[in-house]
Design a protein around this ligand. Sequence first.
Ligand SMILES: [Fe+2]
Length: 277
Amino acid sequence: MNAAIHETLMATELTPLIGSAVHLGKDALLSGVYATGLRELLERRGVLVFPLIRLSDEEQVRFTNTLGTLAPEMDGEPTYKVTLDTRANARADYLKGSLYWHLDGTMNKVPILASILSSKVLSPTGGDTDFCNTYAAWDALPEEEQQKLEGLRVMHSAWTSLFYYDPEPTLAKTKEMMSIGEQELPLVWRHRSGRKSLVLGCTAHHVLGMSARESTELLVRLREWATQPQFSYRHTWSVGDMVMWDNTGTMHRATPYDPASGRMLHRTKLQGEEPFE
Ligand SMILES: [Fe+2]
């Protein structure tokens, strides 16, 4: 592991291409003094881990506000309960798609910039969170392949993810998911910074202008490429850990766990600042 001083911000690389652990106390985090450094580190490393930082919801909201604009949940609340337990979250069924590689907000023009999760209750088995760096995956592709991919467009929809966890849904369920919408996105996102990342995940239905077979083969191959071990980091949670990821340059998924286990994460989000382009 390489320790690097970053603007007096002490961070340790968790893997060479993705993930840094940030060694700052609660007061330092909440002060906002390190906000610029944290944002820069997030963009560069994809995932930031704050081990055993134990922020309350109120503190997590304050921390989120130091980094940008907090994006409220659909019900207007600042925090969201991430659990598969429908007793704790009536809309938990929508989270079943989160067990498959995705980025958040592919139905929006401007996806959220970042998500921040704090662990409250663990599952005895499973329930890790996997991340992969879609900037690094793009950068590592051979140049002739990059040239073939640039300019391709992909249709994304929420209902595509339904078939991952419910292969024979009712028509009613299918239509409910279809009502969430669909959106055409670039396969390669050219960010304002000049960097490029791949836009993939379980909402990707097909590549425009390709046969079904050719399109599926390409999307599966690129998902397999982007989620290779050298581009990935798996976080195994301890209660009190907080993890933040750059939603514009990573994909994530939870590993399977028992919905009755009580596993609970509290989430805040940072409003997006850049449209898919
Ligand atoms: Fe997600």
